[in-house]
Design a binder for this molecule. Structure first.
Ligand code: C2E
Ligand code: MG
Ligand code: MG
Length: 472
């Protein structure tokens, strides 16, 4: 019970006694609101977890403590790998529910005394205020990754999501709470660049890493300066080794660091939304290249271009593709778009409509990295795609590993029944090629045939002249 009293002394007139005049206010509501405000100043509204301000305070306290006790502490920066895709495809309501579930799981996975804070849209920081060895933090990070990766049941949908985690150990990896968190963030970024669903220690990646905002700025600049170019990798039939397609693979020709592969910048582009700009550049360059090859007298095969899920759901993706085809004059029947088998495509009417539109224009659709996600071939059929690309990870061990053999065989069997084109990625040896051929695979792509090549080298080595064909 809270009350506010305000009393004043009124001096007596003449010989009168002085009197007290006052008011007594019931301020329970006000106290409750003040408490709310204090809570809100230090907690995140959606998940009720501590926010950055409270986290900084707790990391500061923990640093002082471990210094006294000659102990260590761990700060883990966690970033969800695909929340933006969930938001873009299933709506922010679903994204918010997912975040609350993630917050709940993180809190449950940790010990009393540990802190989980939400510091950004899909970013969490975990403080283990006292550990004795770095291995303790590694174990905790493993456990967190496992917890996050379990399926989420939301309404009737089952969602899968993974996280990337960066670990910094205090006081060794940072002298202030801010620098510890920043270094954990940098290590997280490295984990994300290596494909996500993993953790990385700051002590392993060191101070050479640059932060995300710097990377984003660099990427923007690279776009302005037109530093991206395409390599092309041939796709051939197994039987006759005829080149039936080429896949366009983007490279960043960095003025100081040289040629950078997609793993070094696509994740940043996806995170920051720059992928929509970059994707458009890639598509335009691929179509321009196709037309240029034709002009130089070559018989141009189908050109496959990778599209990330965020692009598919950008505003008016179909309009963008149409514009580029019109502008460059490239034949849509020679274009194939590769979509990864991602959860974004599960049960989504919107993606089905987009794909239908694209196919209506004559564009082929391929499912990239098939076998790595949760989807089945029935899902592929539902989406009416043209091509299934069997992921490299199955091809690698297809000669030795029974389980990979049966997966690949089953995929090929069903795909052929559904009359889908099948292409195996990452074929490096004749033995792999033979196995695939025996099981009914029609096409291959991989180092066995060629690495990705610059445009003119690909033309010289793999493209036939259009007139030679006409003469036959
Ligand atoms: P992906 O679409 O699955 O492309 C195939 C990757 O496998 C390419 O790597 C290629 O160089 C590599 N590869 C091909 N044959 C072999 C082989 O025999 N052995 C091995 N070990 N690797 C082989 P790259 O060029 O580094 O691209 C990696 C990924 O980056 C691509 O995987 C794709 O997901 C993404 N990517 C590339 N270009 C683009 C793009 O323009 N847009 C988008 N959104 N993603 C892109
Ligand atoms: Mg691809
Ligand atoms: Mg692939």
């Amino acid at each position: 019970m809270w009350a506010l009293e305000n009393v004043r002394l009124i001096p007596g007139d003449g010989g009168d006694e002085p009197t007290l005049e006052g008011i007594l206010l019931d301020i329970n509501d006000r106290k409750r609101i003040e408490g709310d405000i204090a809570f809100r100043a230090y907690h995140d509204e959606l998940t009720s977890l501590p926010n950055r301000a409270l986290l900084l305070d707790r990391v500061g306290v923990a640093m002082a403590n471990v210094q006294r006790k000659k102990q260590r502490l761990a700060v883990m920066f966690l970033d969800l790998d695909a929340l933006k895709v969930v938001n873009d495809t299933l709506g922010h309501g679903v994204g918010d529910s997912l975040l609350k579930m993630v917050a709940g799981r993180l809190s449950e996975a940790l010990r009393r005394g540990d802190t989980v804070a939400r510091v950004g849209g899909d970013e969490f920081v975990i403080l283990l205020p006292e550990i004795s060895r770095e291995a303790d933090a590694q174990r905790a990070a493993q456990k967190i990754l496992r917890t996050i990766a379990k399926p989420y049941v939301l309404e009737s949908d089952e969602l899968h999501i993974t996280a990337s985690v960066g670990v910094a150990i205090g006081p060794r990896d940072g002298a202030t709470p801010e620098s510890l968190i920043r270094n954990a963030d940098g290590a997280m970024y490295r984990a994300k660049q290596s494909g996500g669903n993993r953790f990385e220690l700051y002590s392993h990646v060191g101070p050479g890493i640059i932060g995300r905002t710097a990377q984003e700025a660099e990427l923007r600049q690279a776009i302005d300066r037109d530093e991206f170019l395409l390599y092309f990798q041939p796709q051939v039939t197994i039987d006759s080794r005829e080149v039936v397609g080429v896949e366009a693979l983007v490279r960043w020709n960095h003025p100081e660091r040289g040629m950078i592969e997609p793993a070094g910048f696509i994740p940043v582009a996806e995170q920051t939304g720059l992928i929509t700009v970059l994707g458009e550049i890639v598509l335009r360059k691929a179509c321009q290249q196709g037309v240029e090859w034709q002009r130089s007298g070559c018989l141009v095969p189908r050109i496959a271009v990778n599209v990330s899920p965020r692009q598919l759901y950008q505003r008016d993706f179909v309009g963008m593709v149409t514009r580029i085809l019109n502008m460059t004059g490239f034949d849509p029947h020679l274009l194939e778009l590769e979509l990864t088998e991602s959860m974004a495509m599960q049960k989504s009417d919107r993606s089905r409509a987009i794909l239908k539109n694209l196919r209506g224009m004559g564009i082929a659709i391929a499912v990239d990295d098939f076998g790595t996600g949760q989807s089945s071939l029935s899902y592929v059929k539902q989406f009416a795609v043209d091509t299934v690309k069997i992921d490299r990870s199955f091809v690698i061990d297809v000669v030795r590993k029974k389980s990979d053999q049966s997966i690949v065989s089953a995929v090929l069997l069903v795909a052929n029944q559904l009359k889908l084109r099948t292409i195996a990625e990452g074929v490096e040896t004749d033995a792999q090629c033979e196995f695939l051929q025996e099981r009914g695979c029609r096409e291959i792509q991989g180092y066995l045939i060629s690495r990705p090549l610059p445009a003119d080298r690909l033309r010289r080595t793999f493209l036939r002249s259009a007139t030679a064909r006409a003469a036959v």
